[in-house]
Design a protein around this ligand. Structure first.
Ligand SMILES: [Zn+2]
Length: 395
């Protein structure tokens, strides 16, 4: 991790542009709304992008292309094969590399004039203020509630604008928090949702183009903020529904009782955000695994090879069954209570889903309904693919 010092919000724009920079940014320079003045403000600006994933991809690419002078990239993750469907900074050869390193290589090639500082770390209450203080604008490209509250609070404590974006399946949100008279994230969402209620993109999926659109809107808002042009998103929450192709705008007001940005601030330092969001351990799943009888994929394979009578129940959704299946009887978890009559409580039954979480709930339900021979397939069909049959695709 490297860090730079000396810059604060509102420092003067850079002194000048080289001939090469004038050529590179000519489409900006010929517009009166940007011009030399705006381009020099961009060159003098320091922007920190939290997350280099789906939202971080267009953010990094467009802010770098636009000539933001100093870009900070923060991410602890490595590039995964499933990222490539939407995280367009990365190529197939980047799989397994730290995201900030792969992003830095791509962005430096796009525009070598941009100074890039990478932070290969998790954002925490311990490091956030130290990292944020060197930047003029913070852009939230994260995907979880503890980090969103952390970014919000750190921005308010340091008086930094927070360009916010979020995505889920076909829906996106964009706004600007942290302006002196505007609302903050806590004004909009005073309480985090119960843990596990809102699925992540890994659990719920996301259409690949959506982070591209939302991240590009955040990049646009960041550039407008730096050059000081147009109407900002302060106090306006933009909701984008890709399926109906509709943009809606909600008015957001500052909550004067807000514990962070209200008249009487109650929070004066960063807190434990995992605890605030009801998440116990760092990696622990919010809904603790149910204690139900289990069977491993290898043991199930042995049983089937022996010719034991085992009934396989698949509690995933039909579109998941189409991706891969173990020829089990399909009853999605939500339909199980009303379709339980389809099952025979006398037979031994192995219940599976993708990873073993939904099927644990199913086994718990079935055991209480009198199915004494119901077992959960530990690790779900993913474990089957890893331990027994790699021809079964993972998703
Ligand atoms: Zn607030």
């Amino acid at each position: 991790m490297t860090s730079k010092t000396g810059a604060t919000a509102g420092h003067p724009p850079a002194a000048g542009l080289t001939n090469e920079e004038i050529l590179r940014y000519s489409r900006h320079l010929i517009m009166p709304e940007v011009g030399m003045e705006g381009q020099l403000k961009l060159k003098g600006a320091k922007v920190l992008c939290i997350g280099t994933g789906g939202l971080g991809a267009p953010l990094g690419l467009y802010l770098t292309a636009a000539g933001v002078g100093h870009l900070g990239l923060l991410d602890f993750d490595v590039v995964d094969f499933t990222n490539l469907q939407r995280q367009v900074t990365f190529g197939t050869s980047d799989v397994g590399k730290p995201k900030v390193q792969a992003a830095q290589a791509r962005l430096s090639n796009l525009n070598p004039d941009v100074e890039i500082t990478t932070y290969e770390t998790k954002l925490t209450s311990e490091n956030a203020l130290e990292i944020f203080k060197d930047y003029d604008v913070i852009v939230d490209g994260t995907d979880n509630f503890p980090t969103r509250y952390l970014i919000n609070d750190a921005c308010i404590l340091l008086s930094r604008p927070n360009v916010y974006g979020s995505i889920f399946r076909f829906e996106g949100q964009v706004t600007l928090f942290g302006m002196p008279d505007g609302p903050c994230y806590r004004c909009l969402y005073p309480e985090p949702p119960p843990p596990g209620l809102v699925p992540s993109c890994a659990e719920g999926g996301v259409i690949g183009v959506l982070p591209g659109i939302v991240g590009a809107l955040q990049a646009l808002e960041t550039i407008k903020l730096i050059i000081g042009r147009g109407h900002s998103l302060e106090g306006r929450l933009i909701l984008f529904d890709a399926l109906s192709f509709k943009f809606r705008e909600l008015r957001l007001r500052k909550n004067h009782h807000c514990p962070m940005c209200g008249t009487h601030r109650k929070i004066h330092q960063l807190i434990d955000y995992n605890e605030f969001c009801g998440i116990r351990g760092e990696e622990e799943e919010p809904d603790v695994a149910l204690n139900v009888p289990e069977i491993t994929a290898r043991d199930l394979k042995e049983k089937l090879d022996r010719g034991d009578d085992v009934f396989i129940l698949d509690v995933r959704d039909p579109h998941e069954y189409q991706i891969c299946n173990l020829h089990g009887h399909l009853i999605p978890l939500g339909e199980l209570p009303k379709r339980v009559h389809e099952l025979d409580s006398a037979r031994e039954m192995v219940v599976h889903c993708k990873t073993g979480k939904r099927s644990a709930k199913a086994v718990d339900f079935l055991r209480q309904a009198g199915f004494k021979k119901a077992y959960n397939l530990h690790g779900g069909i993913l474990s089957w693919s890893i331990e027994v049959d790699p021809k079964v695709p993972r998703y």
